[in-house]
Design a protein around this ligand. Structure first.
Ligand SMILES: Cc1cc2nc3c(=O)[nH]c(=O)nc-3n(C[C@H](O)[C@H](O)[C@H](O)COP(=O)(O)OP(=O)(O)OC[C@H]3O[C@@H](n4cnc5c(N)ncnc54)[C@H](O)[C@@H]3O)c2cc1C
Length: 384
């Protein structure tokens, strides 16, 4: 009999996987406790970048960046993907070596990236930026997309190919017998499966814990500020050497601005109020943005929200078919840069479910590297 696959989580990782499995004729059901894209895949800045990636992630990011330009046609829905580059700014002399390091590391890995040391070169790409910039990296093949539209596009394509997608269903435990996955327990009752894929973002450790598996996550709370629609003023995604800030202008003209995260102290579960940013976080985000984009001073704010980031001890994800529990597949801990990878994460997880292996190099992403680790050791350096 054909394997039945259950995916836990309706973000970009889960919906992309549902699409890949369904189009290959696999019997797949995706369960989402809230709405699709209601967590990181909705909160995200949605930068799509290879530049500044850890070498272990680069093959995945490169494969993703190769796929993004054709994704809308493939999914038959607009993702608002724009390949308009990524500018990472040195805002002081001491930032310059950091940016040069990003350029050297990315160039060595074969990514088209250049170092801009004149403000004229920076302004040629982003004229609205302050002239208090000491240098920048520029990777023209990076870009950005609309996160909710992308997730809904994957989900709709998955459904067209026969996937079942259920929202409002909370998976409370993964069921096993004799070391093998047998299904899931949910708020709507038990469901049987031969393979369970956990792509549940920050709540992944909770589910793995029911199996005695340890995924240490440091949850960071990140503010986001969105302006009303504006005339075009910023084509690339912008970030800064310290990783403190990232921003972009959406296709609809709204600026989407995010600041570095602070420790999440909102309890075991988030809700619509606890996840909101504080006034201080909103103020700091706007102040930082004004320093880089002086025109932001006169902008009108349309929305603010908070997002929760799943930071692992080495700021790299876990992507594996579990060696401990037969039929269990894990994809979590993307540490603030898993949106770009989504289309490739889907491909990898589908391969792990169907053939048990993948051609992409995922050895660095095994859960066992965190055995016995409780305290996070890596600070979040880059998002966007
Ligand atoms: C503010 C911010 C900015 C970011 N910027 C970028 C960026 O510029 N570029 C980039 O590449 N990445 C970025 N990221 C990271 C990126 O958004 C995430 O890595 C990515 O969206 C993770 O997708 P996911 O599908 O794995 O997880 P999620 O999108 O978090 O989806 C997990 C889903 O699982 C569901 N779920 C959880 N538990 C259960 C359960 N028990 N039962 C059923 N459903 C469950 C949740 O409701 C959720 O919808 C950013 C993140 C944030 C928060």
């Amino acid at each position: 009999m054909q394997d039945r696959v259950i995916i836990v989580g309706g973000g970009i990782s889960g919906t992309a996987t549902a699409y890949e499995l369904a189009r290959n004729g696999v019997n797949v059901t995706l369960l989402e406790r809230g709405e699709l894209a209601s967590m990181a895949s909705g909160w995200t800045l949605a930068g799509v970048r290879q530049s500044g990636r850890h070498p272990s992630e680069l093959p995945l990011a490169a494969a993703a960046v190769a796929r993004w330009p054709n994704l809308a046609a493939e999914l038959e829905a607009d993702t608002e993907y724009r390949q308009q580059g990524n500018l990472r700014l040195a805002l002081s002399e001491s930032d310059v070596p950091i940016i040069r390091g990003v350029v050297d590391a990315s160039a060595t890995a074969g990514i088209p990236i250049e170092y801009l040391d004149s403000i004229d070169d920076v302004h040629a790409i982003a004229p609205a930026l302050t002239d208090q910039i000491f240098g920048a990296s520029y990777c023209p093949s990076d870009g950005h997309a609309n996160p909710s539209k992308t997730v809904l596009a994957f989900a709709a394509a998955a459904t067209r190919h026969g996937a079942v997608i259920r929202t409002g269903v909370d998976v409370t435990a993964i069921a096993t017998a004799s070391g093998k996955v047998t299904g899931v327990e949910t708020t709507e009752g038990p469901l049987a499966a031969d393979v369970v894929i956990v792509a549940a973002g920050i709540y992944t450790p909770r589910l793995l814990g029911t199996l005695g598996l340890n995924l240490p996550l440091d949850i960071r709370h990140v503010p986001a500020v969105q302006s009303v629609p504006l005339p075009p003023m910023l084509a690339p995604v912008i970030g800064v050497a310290s990783g403190m800030f990232a921003g972009r202008q959406q296709v609809d003209g709204r600026l989407r601005l995010t600041l570095n995260g602070t420790a999440w102290n909102g309890g075991e579960w988030h809700d619509q109020y606890s996840v909101q940013p504080t006034l201080e976080q909103v103020r700091d985000t706007i102040e930082f943005a004004v320093g880089i984009l002086p025109a932001v001073r006169d902008l009108r704010v349309a929305q603010v929200w908070g997002g929760l980031l799943d930071l692992t001890p080495d700021a790299l994800p876990v992507i594996e078919r579990s060696p401990d529990v037969d039929g269990l597949i894990i994809a979590a801990g993307f540490s603030g840069h898993g949106f770009c990878l989504g289309p490739i994460t889907g491909q990898i997880l589908a391969d792990l479910a169907v053939v048990g292996s993948t051609e992409l190099p995922i050895e660095p992403f095994q859960l066992t590297r965190f055995a016995n680790q409780t305290a996070p050791s890596e600070s979040l350096t880059l998002h966007g």
